[in-house]
Design a binder for this molecule. Structure first.
Ligand code: DAK
Length: 276
């Protein structure tokens, strides 16, 4: 693939949008390649994904403005559908996806990060929905997911003003969970870049998730996502069903069995969780 890289490290898959010259802006080809990459993830061996952008400067600087500028209404709609299909694929992907936001996350960049389960970012990250300045509305779910994540008031302020916010503010309003800094020596020189530390942190989080029971983790993702789309009475039924689904699995038997084991050694033994 030209614009998307994929590598698997143990039980973690790392997807990198690799169009650094255009600050990893999303054109149709990037969206197609992303879709294919997600489709090809080996769900028997991968338990958590990390999505990031190539380089130190930008995660994704939005949809490709050059490509969009000449679209007709029909083509704009088709482009919007392509993006929305990919973003929804990420959101409903069976295993968790962590966005490691390494710089600009503007427009479609902010939106793709919001379709991931968890966002952590480097200290130079910048988030925003600049669309109204370009004469359009956020079209890859921004009006919906931002309001759900940070509340309607804050989402409206960000979208109506088209103002970009820095990493610390994004963390304060709950758009990202954590801001990762560069490591400096005593003279203040960078010894490890923020991007490197960000990827190390993302991998640490991903491997913690990967060590837990995969069926339970998947069911938690589905329960949270599906539950948020409905009222509490229906949401509780969704939870009950997915809770029940965990029983009689090898993971549940081994997880609870080890805890109940009288032998202290066995009790603390890592459970050999299975993907079934
Ligand atoms: N698209 C295309 N190219 C981009 C780009 C983008 N979004 N952002 C940056 N680039 C390119 C620049 O054109 C430049 O290319 P060259 O001139 O070197 O060929 C290269 O990346 C480096 O950018 P700059 O020279 O501008 O770098 P600076 O450090 O000076 O500035 C910046 C960085 C991120 C502040 C600036 O590049 C910038 O403001 N970029 C645009 C950010 C933006 O407005 N993004 C939101 C795009 S709107 C839809 C669904 C969704 C959407 C639309 C429709 N439908 C349902 C139909 C989504 C819309 C968006 O995302």
């Amino acid at each position: 693939m030209e614009y998307v890289l994929y590598e698997q490290q143990d039980m973690i898959g790392i997807i990198t949008i690799n169009r650094e010259k255009a600050l990893n802006a999303l054109n149709s080809q990037v969206l197609d390649e992303l879709s294919e990459t997600f489709d090809s993830v080996d769900l028997d061996t991968v338990r958590c994904l990390i999505l990031t952008g190539a380089g130190e400067k930008s995660f994704v600087a939005g949809a490709d403005i050059g490509e969009m500028s000449t679209l007709t209404k029909a083509e704009g709609e088709a482009f919007g559908k392509k993006g929305n299909d990919v973003f929804r694929k990420i959101e409903t992907f069976p295993i968790p996806v962590i966005a490691a936001v390494n710089g600009f996350a503007l427009g479609g960049g902010c939106e793709i990060s919001m379709s991931c389960d968890i966002r952590i970012c480097s200290e130079n990250a910048m988030f925003g929905q600049p669309e109204v300045g370009l004469g359009i509305t956020p079209g890859f779910g921004g009006t919906q997911r931002l309001a759900r994540l940070v509340g309607a008031g804050m989402a409206k302020q960000m979208i109506y003003t088209a103002r970009n916010i820095k990493a610390e503010e994004a963390c304060r309003i709950g758009l990202v969970n954590e801001v990762v800094k560069a490591t400096l020596d005593e003279e203040g020189n960078v010894t490890v870049s923020a991007k490197e530390n960000l990827m190390a942190e993302a991998k640490k989080m991903a491997s913690t998730i990967a060590k837990n029971a995969p069926i339970a983790v998947r069911n938690c993702k589905k329960a949270i996502n599906d539950g948020l789309e409905t009222d509490m009475d229906k949401a509780i039924v969704i939870e009950e069903k997915l809770f029940g689904d965990c029983f009689e699995t090898e993971d549940q038997k081994a997880g609870m069995g080890n805890f109940l084991e009288k032998d202290k050694e066995k009790k603390l033994k890592v459970v050999p969780f299975k993907n079934r």
